[in-house]
Design a protein around this ligand. Structure first.
Ligand SMILES: Cc1cc2nc3c(=O)[nH]c(=O)nc-3n(C[C@H](O)[C@H](O)[C@H](O)COP(=O)(O)O)c2cc1C
Length: 364
């Protein structure tokens, strides 16, 4: 067993190594250029594939990008890609459908900004899909659309300051969606109570080797690895050191501990201005998609106001804790869907996406 002191020294060395190395990494420039290219502004009359590029910038669980797009001149369909599921953390594909809802929202905002007002229909079935019908009309630009290339999940310590009432109201309005309720918690006592659920969920997840193995599979420790797969969770995007893959894996195995992660979440939640909890009226793919649309608008509005957001979903990912959490929310029959902290902090590096060609299926 390594002593705590040895672990701390090793940890500090890793941070130093990662920090020192960050600017010198082979392919880091290529990574940054690729990420910037994926987020470039769209031309005035973009090809439909370009709308898909912006749809793919949406939030999505573990950055697996669990979607496919079927493009026709009048319609773009969004289909789940169940091969990109995370079966341990998301056994019923809840996160996949929330992610599809996030992508649908980006698509609707982008199409509207380019003279293609869109109508969304959720087609139920074993593999529920989303049909986005594109009409022709005037351009409806919006601050939410402008925020699409700038939105990110910011997994860092925030500045601890409260939001203004105007900003809180803007977030509440942006998140409004039929079939979805959003509860806001800003006072310290409520945040501590939610933190207890996060810590309890996190502890259970980290004690589960299958959860840790699945997470590790989606971690990308170096720009090389992130550029090769163009998916997953690149260390730099979570404020973690960038390391060669074998060393990254070694450090993860040593330092990804229940205690360290719980401490991190304490700092994260205590430094946030508040927490928003998203709850669909029903626990089915249609409502999970609605939750995704509501959350994506919330996150885009936050971005437009210079407010950061990050997921702390442990209370809804572990079933036994989810039931207790629903009770605490005063909604024992509901399935709470997302737990999101928000506040002010500097930006972190942006995450990468797969090429648009890779997420296209043959025409309708
Ligand atoms: C349904 C869903 C669940 C997520 N769960 C978590 C989570 O538990 N912890 C976390 O740090 N990020 C979570 N995320 C954020 C994703 O990891 C993130 O969106 C993805 O890596 C892409 O990065 P970006 O949001 O910066 O574009 C979740 C996102 C979605 C849509």
């Amino acid at each position: 067993m390594l002593s705590r002191r040895t672990l701390l020294i090793l940890g500090a060395s890793a941070v130093a190594l990662g920090g020192l190395g960050y600017a010198r990494w082979p392919r880091l420039n290529a990574y940054n250029e690729e990420v910037a290219r994926q987020r470039e502004a769209l031309a005035n009359a973009p090809e439909l594939a370009e709308l898909v590029r912006y749809a793919c910038l949406a939030a999505n669980g573990h950055n697996t990008q669990p979607w496919m797009f079927r493009v026709d001149s009048q319609q773009i369909d969004i289909l789940p890609d169940l091969t990109r599921g995370t079966e341990v953390v998301d056994p019923d594909h809840h996160h996949i459908f929330v992610s599809l809802g996030c992508a649908a929202e980006n698509l609707v905002l982008t199409a509207a900004a380019h003279g293609r007002p869109a109508d969304v229909e959720i087609m139920p079935g074993a593999e529920t899909e989303i049909h986005v019908a594109l009409a022709r009309g005037g351009t409806q630009s919006s601050q939410l659309y402008d925020a699409i290339p700038l939105r990110q999940s910011t997994r860092s310590v925030y500045d601890g300051q409260a939001l203004s009432l105007d900003d809180m109201r803007a977030l509440e309005i942006a998140a409004q969606e039929d079939g979805v309720e959003v509860l806001f918690f800003t006072d310290a006592e409520q945040r501590e109570a939610i933190l207890d659920f996060v810590v309890a969920g996190n502890s259970q997840q980290i004690r589960d080797p299958a959860f840790v193995a699945e997470l590790r599979e989606w971690l990308r420790f170096s720009p090389n690895e992130a550029m090769t797969t163009r998916d997953g969770l690149f260390s730099a995007c979570s404020g973690n050191p960038v390391l060669p893959n074998p060393l990254g894996g070694f450090m993860f195995d040593r330092f990804f501990t229940e205690e360290a992660e719980n401490d991190k979440y304490r700092d994260h939640i205590r430094s946030s201005a508040g927490i928003a909890v998203f709850i669909g009226d029903r626990a089915d793919p249609e409502h999970w998609i609605r939750v995704g649309r509501s959350f994506e608008r919330f996150a885009l509005q936050a971005t437009a106001l210079g407010i950061r957001t990050a997921h702390v979903n442990q209370p809804v990912e572990v079933e036994s804790i989810r039931l207790e959490f629903a009770n605490w929310l005063g909604q024992p029959d509901a399935r709470p869907d997302l737990v999101i902290r928000f506040g002010h902090a500097p930006a972190l590096p942006m995450s990468i996406r797969r090429p648009v060609e890779d997420v296209m299926v043959a025409g309708v």
